[in-house]
Design a protein around this ligand. Structure first.
Ligand code: NIG
Ligand code: FE
Length: 407
């Protein structure tokens, strides 16, 4: 039964209350057994029986629940750096995609890579996230497009889950119609619904199904059809919604009871209401928003409406090549007009909820997993406003320290 003592500030991040209510405890201690939190509170209130336990010292620093990155595309081949400059010089995301760049070019590079090369590369990315204080990462497929390549990516994620300590949540992503089916969209839709999704569900290769609903990807009708089929197979639902244009994505996510709707730059007022009614998390992604020069998603309107907001990295080669969650969180403050405390809740309990893991992850309270990170800061404000390359001193998963070493 170990204990973490001498915590300067323990941000428990319990779900209750407003987005900015992190339920922080000053001069705190945390006790766990078999990887599960037993007690969290003021050190001077520590129950007698816990005094003699083997202790770790937090050095008066800030302790937060392990960060949850609830939206990444972390398994891919190649990079697409030239596209970032092309966009700055005036070409749009869609133009680049139509000219043979874009996500179809990543799909070609990903298909060309061996599974073991993809595992090794992604392993390095996960190691970087662990060093930043991240303990749980959602990873989407979607750069395979054809059945065999999609299965390869999902198996890579499964292999990564066995090989390193971070908790991984696999998502099957219907990302675009592959070139092979450009003239036969209906056939690709049938392939997705009748073959690929059932195979994913049978093999238990994904917990969620996500669709990129956008011009150049899938229409609202197509996304609805794919997600309805996924729901029937028992998969949780997510949607890349209203990112580049307003297409009724949030309305669809809400109507289907999706766990999260992601991006949401061009969400409508009706869409915000639909998310609120369904309890769907709005997962906001500052880095692709900045790189694509989009208007920021209306975080304050979500918060005022009572929609839980998560913030994630969206690490991917086309719209955010930085594998760095705290960088995305630091930028969320000025870009989304969210307070550091609101952002912290967005990367812990609300991100866990976007992954339907909030019963075990995302906050430090009895019964939850002892996943926590010790930060070189006194407060969430110092951590995010005084952004440094890495403020994380130690990352712990189920009570076991995983950095430095161990991953
Ligand atoms: O989340 N929007 C769709 N998917 C990714 C980018 C895909 C790509 O361009 O490779 C995103 O931004
Ligand atoms: Fe994405």
């Amino acid at each position: 039964m170990p204990i973490l003592r001498n915590i300067g500030l323990l941000a428990t991040c319990r779900a209750a209350g407003a987005q900015g209510e992190i339920h922080a405890i000053a001069k705190a201690a945390l006790v766990w057994r078999a990887g599960v939190v037993l007690w969290a509170g003021r050190e001077r209130d520590l129950p007698r029986g816990y005094h003699a336990l083997s202790a770790m010292d937090a050095g008066k620093r800030l302790v937060i629940p392990g960060l949850v990155d609830c939206h990444t595309h972390l398994v891919f081949g190649g990079w697409r750096f030239p596209e970032f400059s092309q966009r700055l010089l005036g070409r749009s995301y869609l133009e680049i995609a139509r000219a043979g760049g874009g996500l179809l070019s990543t799909a070609a590079a990903t298909r060309g890579a061996t599974a073991s090369a993809l595992v090794n590369r992604a392993h390095g990315f996960l190691r970087a996230l662990a060093l930043q204080g991240v303990t749980c990462v959602e990873i989407k497929s979607g750069y395979g497009l054809l059945p065999e390549a999609e299965m390869k990516i999902l198996k890579v994620i499964r292999e990564l889950a066995a090989r390193q300590p971070l908790r991984l949540v696999p998502t099957f992503l219907a990302h675009a119609v592959p070139a092979e089916y450009r003239q036969r969209r209906g056939a690709y839709l049938r392939l997705l619904v009748e073959e690929m999704l059932p195979a994913v569900a049978r093999g238990k290769l994904a917990d969620f199904c996500d669709v990129f609903m956008e011009k150049g990807a899938f229409t609202r009708g197509e996304a609805g059809r794919i997600l309805a089929a996924a729901g029937r197979l028992g998969l949780g639902l997510k949607l890349h919604a209203d990112q580049l244009s307003s297409g009724g994505g949030a309305e669809l996510a809400g109507a289907l009871g999706a766990a999260s709707a992601d991006h949401l730059e061009y969400v409508s007022a009706q869409g915000i209401r639909a998310l609120k009614r369904a309890g769907t998390v709005a997962a906001l992604l500052p880095l692709p928003c900045l790189h694509l020069g989009l208007q920021p998603p209306p975080a304050r309107r979500f918060i005022e409406a009572g929609v839980p907001v998560a913030v994630a990295s969206d690490f991917n080669p086309g719209t955010n090549p930085a594998c760095h969650l705290p960088y995305a969180l630091a930028l969320a403050v000025p870009l989304l007009r969210m307070t550091p405390a609101e952002v912290l809740k967005g990367a812990t309990i609300h991100a866990a909820r976007a992954l339907r893991r909030d019963h075990v992850l995302g906050s430090l309270e009895p019964g939850k997993s002892a996943d926590f990170s010790i930060l070189e800061a006194e407060s969430p404000e110092e951590w995010l406003l005084g952004f440094r390359e890495n403020s994380c001193a130690a990352t712990t998963i189920a009570g076991r320290r995983v950095t430095p070493g161990g991953t």
